[in-house]
Design a protein around this ligand. Sequence first.
Ligand SMILES: Nc1ncnc2c1ncn2[C@@H]1O[C@H](COP(=O)(O)OP(=O)(O)OP(=O)(O)O)[C@@H](O)[C@H]1O
Ligand SMILES: C[C@@](O)(CCOP(=O)(O)OP(=O)(O)O)CC(=O)O
Length: 417
Amino acid sequence: MGETWVLMKTAQTPTNIAVIKYWGKRDESLILPVNDSISVTLDPAHLCTTTTVAVSPVFQQDRMWLNGKEISLSGGRFQSCLREIRRRASEVEDKEKGVKIEKKDWEKLHVHIASYNNFPTAAGLASSAAGFACLVFALAKLMNVKEDESQLSAIARQGSGSACRSLFGGFVKWIMGKEEDGSDSVAVQLVDEKHWDDLFIVIAVVSSRQKETSSTSGMRESVETSLLLQHRAKEVVPKRILKMEEAIKNHSFESFAQLTCADSNQFHAVCLDTCPPIFYMNDTSHRIISYVEKWNRSEGSPVAYTFDAGPNAVLIARNRKAAAQLLQRLLFYFPPKSDIDLDSYVIGDKSILQDAGLEGLKDVEALSPPPEIKENAAAQKYPGEVSYFICTRPGRGPVLLTNENLALLNPETGLPK
Ligand SMILES: Nc1ncnc2c1ncn2[C@@H]1O[C@H](COP(=O)(O)OP(=O)(O)OP(=O)(O)O)[C@@H](O)[C@H]1O
Ligand SMILES: C[C@@](O)(CCOP(=O)(O)OP(=O)(O)O)CC(=O)O
C-alpha cells in the first residue's frame, strides 16, 4: 500500500510497405486475411513509431496519448492487444526500485502509453502498422512476455493486420494461416535487412490529409462486392508469393519490380471493382506510374512502384545510382513550390541528393528533361503536386531504447513529458 513506483519501457518500431498486398479479411474481429502478403520494412531512422509504456500502482485506468493528444483505448483493437499481452505476462522484478510484480498482479495493474509517429498519421504511410507493432512490442517487454516475435505478430495483427509485418526487419511474409482461432496467422522474416541492402526507396508524399475510406472499411466493401478480389486471393496471389520469394532470395530486381508493380495495380483494380468504387490514387499518382513505366521501358534501370490505401507513391530502386537518376526525374516533373527549399522538400537520407548532383533549387531548375521523353508536351512540370519526398532504405525490426531521455513518459509521474 502507498507504493508510488513507475516502471517503464520505450521501444521504436518501423513501418512497412507491402509489395504483395493484404486486402480483405476472412475474419473481421481476429483480423485474418484472405491471402498471404509480403512487405519490406522501412528504415526506422526515417519512418517509425516510438512508444513508451509504463505501469504503476498509482495509475487508476489504462490511458494512451498519441502524438501528444489523449486518445481512447476503448476500441476493440486496443482492447484485444492489451488483453492478449496481459494474458501472457510473467513475473517482473526490479531490485533497484524494490519492485516485484507477480504474474497475477498484471490483471489489476493499469498502464500508461505514449506514442509518437515521426511521420503523418492516417495518411496511407502505415502509421497503424508501426503503431500497433510498437505497442505490442513495448508492452511485451514491460510485462516480460516470453513469446517470440512471430507469436507477438499474431497479437499485433489484432490491432491492425499490416502491423504483424512490422515485428521484423528486412522482407517479411504474413502467412494467412488456416486455423479458425488465428494462431497460425503470423508474420515470419524471409530475409533480414542486410540481405538486399543495395535497395533504395523514395516515397513521394502526394497528400498528407486523412483519407476518405479507411483500409478497414475499404477492404470490407471489397470482400462484400468484388469478384476480382476472390479471383486475386485464390488464383493470383499464391503464385505471386512464390515468385516474389524467389526474386527476393535471388536479388532478382527485374522480377521483383514487375511483381511489385503488378500487385499494386491489381490491388487498386480491386478497389475500382468494389461497389461503390474506391479511389485511393489521384492524378499525381497516375502521372508517377506513367513516368516510371516509360522509364522502365527505356534503357534505364527499372524502378518498382507501389501504392497503399492513399495517393503516395513508394518507389524502389535497385541501388543508389538508379535512385539518384530516379530523384532527378521526379524533381524535374515535380519541383517544389517556389517558397520551399530543397532541404525540406527532400527529407530522410539526403545523401542521395549529392549523388544526383542536386545541391539547391538552382540545380533542380537546371535539370533537363529525361531522355525517354521525346515529345515536348510530355515534359510539362507539376510544381507543388508532391508535398515532399522521403528517401529511405530497407530497415531493421523493433528495438528497445534504453536511454531514458528518449522516453515519452515522465519516469516519476508516468504522465507525458
Ligand atoms: N503510434 C500509434 N500507436 C497506436 N496506434 C496508432 C499509432 N499511430 C496510429 N495508430 C492507429 O492507427 C490509426 C490510423 O490507421 P489508418 O489505417 O487509418 O492509417 P495509416 O495506418 O496511416 O494508413 P494505411 O494503413 O492505410 O497505410 C489511428 O487512428 C490509430 O488508431
Ligand atoms: C493497402 C494495405 O496497406 C492495407 C493495410 O490495411 P490495414 O492493416 O491498415 O487494415 P486493418 O487490418 O483493417 O487495420 C496493404 C498492406 O499493407 O498489405
